[in-house]
Write a protein that binds this ligand. Structure first.
Ligand code: FAD
Length: 618
């Protein structure tokens, strides 16, 4: 059998779902191939979307009309904005989802996407054309599917191997087969393959937890949706619980470290530094007496509870003893033991910033296969790969990129493709040097126009965005233009420093004294602003002093950052570049001057030489 599509996406996890939906929104005839339709959108580990840094990515995916935030809103049973007491730049919206409802929401959104077909199949190989690029995918049931571009999003499945104490067996995740044929096919293309590891905690029967003995953690009321298109959360909300490990827990773990695969040498691949296993935490933070555990229900009709914070691959009997040593869990029944998984990933420095493999035209990689960890990191890459694959399949070679100054997704891709990874990469706000600008609350204002230009934003969002962005721009212009003296403000009941200096409303809003009723007496039009527009005004006011100071710096940076490096550039022909610098740049092949600056080992002097060459050539 042979049939053809513009784009074929391999894998129906978080990267694959976004890649397929994005390519189809760009009008590419798209086929999503995945092992099992009933695991489309499966959350392999914790049942939550978002959080600090990750919530920014979810909002950015949403701003580009991706599906993750809408699915989480449809399935969310506990919403919380993390860091609410801190500034808007580091707040992290998060939703815990009912696993089944989340899968159903993802599947429903994909099935409703025009130009997208979905088939259950195992991809065993990739077929190269005469130019070395990918022309077709080959499935285990003997089909050859020709295509204009392929996006591989195989997650933890590539030669995956599960470890549980001394037990080990090949698997992609619990209950799923490993992908061996596809892994061999990718390695056969000459791609640099490495091993990484991640892990998951045991699952508990919530009916056997002593909830009275643990601290209750209700969600926010009202719940703040993740998607800008969701007006209100209608799913029933549940409370979580908080407990902690004890000195006894730590003693049990220490006594059994020689049976832990990550300490016995059974597992070689490095694991996620920011999501360590409980055995790792006990060793690395030996002085700590307790580690917090969040008890997260996995669904409305499902008694399973996910104990967030104790991922482990210790043997089953040790896991039983560990759980019994934790307050509230003394009699908790383990439904499934925790495990670790080791898997292949590809060194993302082999990719262009469009996520296309540099030496294999029309092959794109996204998600955990690129060395990241997390649903949100996967979704953001999937969306960008899907957009680029769709344009590539239509014959365009111009990459669709986000810069570090524009988006966390830009930071993610730039970090991966220029620095590579030495452990599973997770997004953190600290990675984004422009984080005051790149807030979760303004993702749609930053990115939706870009998405419209790329062709991946649907009509409903484009129309709502246009109206909202217009209202924010008008309100901001008015707040900058309206000026009041301290005397006039004092007369309206606003006790502001009587220094005689007139201030714009934007400056006044940022002052601690700007108590709402008095502010609205002085500027009555504020009362009529929709809450979303008002929130933007307040966030902009808060950061305006910092941002205006940085504005010219940003402008210069962005000009430099954007300076493109032509694909066919001959680094050897650039005067002033040492052999080492030439080799480093040749290996990394950065797309812009900004990316060149982040290639490890590239010196400022080399950048000056490169910038001079690019300016002269441009
Ligand atoms: P996945 O969600 O893994 O999806 C891959 C998809 O590809 C699946 O649908 C699979 O069926 C399909 N597929 C694979 N090969 C083929 C093939 N040959 N043919 C057809 N279909 C194929 N993240 C965290 O942030 N924190 C954690 O603590 C954490 N712990 C984890 C623990 C475990 C045990 C596992 C398995 C994952 C964990 N993760 C964790 C990672 C998280 O699940 C992933 O980051 C995320 O799911 C990656 O999304 P993805 O789309 O790249 O891959």
């Amino acid at each position: 059998m042979t049939f053809g599509f513009d784009v074929v996406v391999v894998g129906g996890g978080h990267a694959g779902a976004e890649a397929a939906a994005a390519a189809a929104r760009c009008s590419a005839r798209t086929l999503l191939l995945t092992h099992r339709l009933d695991t489309l959108g499966e959350m392999s580990c914790n049942p939550a979307i978002g959080g600090v840094g990750k919530g920014h990515l979810v909002r950015e995916v949403d701003a580009l009309d991706g599906i993750m935030a809408r699915a989480a809103d449809a399935a969310g049973i506990h919403f919380k904005v993390l860091n609410r007491s801190k500034g808007p730049a580091v707040r992290g919206p998060r939703a815990q989802a009912d696993r089944r409802l989340y899968r159903e929401a993802v599947r429903g959104l994909l099935q409703a996407t025009p130009h997208l077909s979905i088939r259950e199949a195992t991809v065993e190989g990739l077929e190269r054309g005469r130019d070395g690029g990918i022309d077709a995918v080959l499935t285990a049931d003997g089909a050859r599917i020709s295509c204009g571009a392929v996006v591989v999003t195989a997650g933890t499945f590539l030669r995956g191997e599960i470890h549980l104490g001394p037990e080990r067996h090949p698997a992609g995740r619990h209950g799923d087969p490993a992908s061996v044929g596809l892994a061999l096919s990718l390695a056969g293309l000459g791609l640099p393959v490495r091993r990484l590891k991640t892990g998951t905690p045991p699952r508990l029967d919530g009916r056997t937890i002593d909830w009275a003995a643990v601290e209750a953690q209700p969600g926010d009321d009202p719940a703040e949706p993740l998607s800008w298109l969701t007006d209100r959360i209608t799913t029933p909300q549940l409370s979580c619980g908080i407990t902690a490990t004890t000195p006894r827990t730590h003693a049990i773990i220490r006594a059994n470290l020689d049976r832990a695969p990550i300490h016995s040498g059974q597992i070689q691949g490095p694991g996620p530094r920011y999501c360590p296993s409980i055995e790792d935490k006990v060793v690395r933070f030996a002085e700590r007496q307790r580690h917090q555990i969040f008890l997260e229900p996995e669904g409305l009709d499902d008694p399973t509870v996910y104990p967030n914070g104790i991922s482990t691959s210790l043997p089953r009997d040790v896991q039983d003893a560990v759980i019994a040593s934790i307050p509230g869990l003394e009699h908790a029944r383990i439904l499934r033991h925790g495990y670790a998984i080791e898997y292949d990933h590809l060194d993302p420095r082999a990719l262009r910033a469009s996520l296309e493999v540099r030496d294999v035209p029309r092959l794109f990689l996204a998600g955990q296969v690129n060395g990241t960890t997390g649903y949100e990191e996967a979704a953001a890459q999937g969306l960008l790969a899907g957009v680029n694959a769709a344009h590539r399949a239509s014959g365009s070679t111009e990459p669709r990129l986000l810069l570090r100054t524009q988006a966390y997704a830009g930071v993610l891709v730039d970090d991966l493709t220029t620095q590579g990874v030495s452990e599973p990469y997770r997004m953190l706000t600290a990675r984004a040097e422009h984080r005051l600008r790149l807030r979760a609350d303004n993702a749609h204002l930053r990115l939706t126009d870009i998405g419209i230009a790329w062709g991946c934003v649907g009509q409903e969002r484009a129309a709502r965005h246009g109206a909202f962005a217009g209202a924010v721009a008008t309100a901001l212009a008015r707040a900058r233009a309206e000026v009041a003296t301290p005397a006039a403000l004092a007369a309206a009941g606003l006790p502001i420093n009587q220094d005689g200096i007139p201030r714009s409303l934007l400056e006044i809003i940022a002052l601690p004294a700007a108590a709402t009723p008095a502010l609205e007496t002085a500027f009555p039009w504020l009362r009529d602003l929709p809450p979303g527009v008002r929130a933007q005004l307040e966030a902009e006011a808060l950061y305006a002093p910092y941002l205006s100071r940085q504005a010219s710096e940003f402008a210069a940076l962005e000009r430099e950052e954007r300076l493109p490096i032509p694909d066919q550039i001959d680094f050897a022909a650039i005067a002033g570049l040492s052999t080492e610098m030439r080799q480093r740049l040749e290996a990394a092949r950065p797309a812009t001057l900004g990316s060149a600056g982040r290639v490890p080992g590239v010196t400022p002097a080399a950048l000056v030489a490169l910038a001079g060459h690019l300016r002269r050539a441009g």
